[in-house]
Design a protein around this ligand. Structure first.
Ligand code: SF4
Length: 208
């Protein structure tokens, strides 16, 4: 039961991508540009994403945690990049939440699952960096929760990060949206481990 594979210098969790895989909230745009799907279709992918998902679905939480800790030691990292391919589907959400909430490692999570993003953001843990991926800025303005947002630029492979900050005014009657646009902050996923060591990128600049 191997759960992790190296990705950008950190340990990645790969699940099957696309609508037939685990991406319940995929959009037309992301499906069109998805590199994980491309990789799956090309047949060059050596990672058995279906087996990994099966292990996560069937093994008990304590066993998964033990196995993850063992593999992190072997890979010499304490960061997990969740959903390096695929996403967190609804049927896996509560188990995933349990694995993550008391974990000893750092969790970097990009997801299109809004419910999961809200639940994990609410924990305000410095070991959980969860970022909600959206296709454009107009969708961001419709959100009613604080948290980290990413808008990918599929042409360059980079993404723009935002921290959306809602605060209630003293009358309690309305919310104010303060959109903190991290200007020119474009992240390339290849830099995860380096950013973590240097305290930059989504590990630092959009922290709250
Ligand atoms: S959600 Fe992510 S992994 Fe899934 S299809 Fe869209 S870009 Fe690909």
């Amino acid at each position: 039961m191997k759960l992790l594979n190296i990705h950008s210098g950190v340990a990645g969790v790969y699940f099957p991508a696309g609508i037939d895989g685990t991406c319940e909230n995929a959009t037309k745009k992301c499906l069109k540009h998805c590199t994980a799907l491309e990789c799956e279709k090309s047949g060059k992918d050596t990672i058995n994403t279906k087996d990994i998902l099966y292990s996560f679905m069937t093994e008990p939480i304590y066993k998964l945690t033990e196995q993850i800790e063992l593999e992190l030691k072997e890979l010499k990292t304490n960061i997990i990049f969740w959903f390096a391919s695929g996403d967190c589907p609804e049927y896996f959400e509560s188990k995933f939440y349990e694995i993550i909430k008391d974990s000893n490692w750092v969790n970097l999570i990009f997801t299109r699952n809004e419910h999961l993003w809200r639940k994990l953001t609410y924990l305000k843990s410095n070991k959980i960096i969860i970022i909600y991926s959206l296709d454009d800025i107009d969708e961001l303005k419709k959100l009613s929760n604080s948290g980290r947002i990413a808008i990918p630029d599929y042409k360059t492979g980079n993404m723009r990060l935002y921290y959306l900050d809602y605060s209630r005014d003293c009358s309690g009657s309305k919310y104010d949206m303060k959109e903190r646009n991290i200007k020119n902050m474009e992240i390339n996923e290849d830099e995860c481990q380096n950013c973590y060591k240097k305290d930059i990128g989504c590990f630092y600049q959009i922290d709250f």
